[in-house]
Design a protein around this ligand. Structure first.
Ligand code: BDR
Ligand code: CA
Length: 310
């Protein structure tokens, strides 16, 4: 598969996305950039470094990006991801320093330096990605596609119709969706099919490695917060589905559709408005995920974590 850059805000499910991208033999992870979202930038950056260190992926460069959305203030998801942004497992591991450049600059360098087109995977608010597109339009031809976890064809999780990553920075999402770069939207309508059930968590623990245990603890903490906040018995594991789509496109079915981001809206700022029935007559600007092969997804993630050993 194409080399990829992951822009993320770890985050329990972001951590699993990173493990998938370093553990799957087909994946070529060029770099990781971080953004404020689930927690502050300082915390999400440290978390990305911890996850990569635990996975032994110490050669992957990590750069910190924007510490707040393009417009307005940051509201973190401490109720879901805890004080550290990655509460639950023991993540005590020596960590490297982040690169001495901004995330947008690291992305620019990685894309311009790559032999072929790069896929950008975004599992946090789209602030860094939007800035990259605006500030360095020359990189556009070097981006094969932006695959982002965010939005929904249905209801939201942060407001009744708004999903967290898009609600956190609606203007950034709007810039990305209007950029003309091919985009794939992995929304709540599919991520809510990937539930970390008690059996799934037990299977990760059963791998018998420290990393398998870390995954089990991450999902156990996530289960407790989803139970408390939403009353869900099992938490949806959103972000690794974006990576899975790149590694094995057959895992996620998509349909091309026009997607708009509600920027005003009395009650719906940050909602994705997806014209699945082509009522607007406008050309599609995204491939929108509509279905997930749940078993294949878990097999992919579990195999990647097993491959990492450790
Ligand atoms: C998204 O929001 C974050 O809390 C998760 O990491 C995921 O990227 C789900 O709405
Ligand atoms: Ca995330």
């Amino acid at each position: 598969t194409d080399p990829m850059i992951i822009d993320c805000d770890p985050g329990h499910d972001d951590a699993l996305a990173l493990l998938l991208a370093v553990g799957d033999p087909r994946a070529r992870l060029l770099g990781v950039t971080t953004v404020a979202g689930n927690q502050t930038l300082e915390k999400t950056t440290r978390n990305a470094l911890r996850v990569l260190a635990l996975a032994g992926a110490v050669d992957v460069p990590v750069a910190a990006g924007c510490d707040r959305p393009l417009v307005g203030d940051l509201t973190v998801a401490e109720d879901i991801h805890g004080v550290s942004g990655l509460d639950g497992p023991d993540l005590d591991v020596p960590v490297a320093e982040p690169a001495a450049v901004h995330a947008v600059e690291l992305m620019r360098r990685l894309i311009t330096g790559a032999a072929g087109p790069v896929t950008v995977v975004a599992t946090g608010p789209l602030t860094n990605v939007a800035l990259l597109l605006r500030r360095h339009p020359e990189v556009l031809p070097g981006i094969r596609r932006i695959v982002f976890m965010g939005g929904s064809t249905e209801r939201g999780n942060t407001t009744p119709y708004g999903e967290f990553n898009i609600v956190t920075d609606p203007e950034a999402a709007d810039i990305v969706l209007r950029s003309g770069v091919p985009a794939t939207m992995i929304g709540l309508n599919v991520t809510h099919q990937a539930l970390a059930t008690t059996e799934i968590i037990a299977e990760f623990r059963g791998l018998g490695t420290r990393l398998g245990g870390v995954c089990a603890e991450l999902m156990t903490f996530f289960a407790a917060t989803y139970q408390r906040v939403f009353g869900f018995p099992h938490p949806p594991v959103h972000d690794p589905i974006a990576v899975a789509r790149i590694l094995d496109p057959s895992i996620v079915r998509t349909v091309a559709a026009p997607v708009d981001v509600e920027l005003a809206g009395a009650y719906t700022r940050g909602a994705t408005v997806v014209d699945l029935h082509h009522r607007t007559g406008r050309p599609p600007n995204a491939d929108v995920a509509v279905d997930l092969d749940v078993d294949a997804f878990w097999r992919l993630l579990m195999t990647a974590v097993r491959n990492l050993g450790r």
